[in-house]
Design a protein around this ligand. Structure first.
Ligand code: URA
Length: 191
């Protein structure tokens, strides 16, 4: 089947991201990670930034955090193949530091916002404070977690970043709760 114009533009954006030099993160990356999944997904997941294994493979959420994400999705009965998954910034920050504001601003204004328009999801799950602050302007995860926020004709959910589980085991349960809410909201879309 021929690719739609939107799918073609998503591919073009991915190619631009792979050779992007608009912020300093390109200097230390192995591969940029544009994101992947369904071109016209109803649900988009936005994390923070690629980690080591993502940087090596060019794919989002394939390292330890990604494996935990897969485990949570499996437990919730959700299939990652139904989503479009990407990150706020597309290149790994050195030593996995938090991406800096100019990096986040450059990457979102050149890539993420257009990806979101093209995929045009009905629901966007923002994982972690970096994505939630940039996209919804909230001050903290807790301010936004556990409820649906409507913006520009889309629904947004904010959840803990799955990586929290590696430094606060008790928060692993909160991550499961966040995805249980995602599942409930997906069910509502189907009605
Ligand atoms: N953490 C993220 O935020 N994104 C990834 O792709 C992997 C780990």
């Amino acid at each position: 089947m021929a690719k739609t114009k939107k799918a073609q533009r998503l591919d073009e954006l991915a190619a631009l991201i792979r050779r992007c030099t608009l912020c300093p993160l390109w200097e230390s990356r192995t591969r940029a990670v544009p994101g992947d999944g369904r071109y016209a997904a109803k649900v988009m997941i936005v994390g923070e930034a690629p980690g080591r294994e993502e940087d090596e493979s060019g794919k989002p959420f394939v390292g330890a955090t990604g494996r935990f994400l897969d485990h949570v999705l499996e437990g919730t009965g959700l299939d990652r193949a139904d989503f479009f998954i990407t990150n706020t910034v597309k290149c790994r920050p050195p030593k996995n530091r938090t991406p800096r504001k100019p990096e986040v601003d450059t990457c979102t204004s050149n890539y993420l916002f257009e990806q979101m328009e093209l995929v045009n999801p009905r629901l966007v799950m923002l994982l972690g404070a970096v994505a939630a602050k940039k996209i919804l302007g909230v001050k903290s995860i807790n301010e936004a977690r556990g409820r649906v926020i409507e913006r520009d004709g889309r629904k947004f959910l904010v959840g803990y970043h799955p990586a929290v589980r590696f430094y606060r085991e008790d928060l692993g349960e909160k991550v499961r709760e966040d995805f249980a809410l995602l599942k409930r909201e997906i069910r509502k879309l189907k009605k």
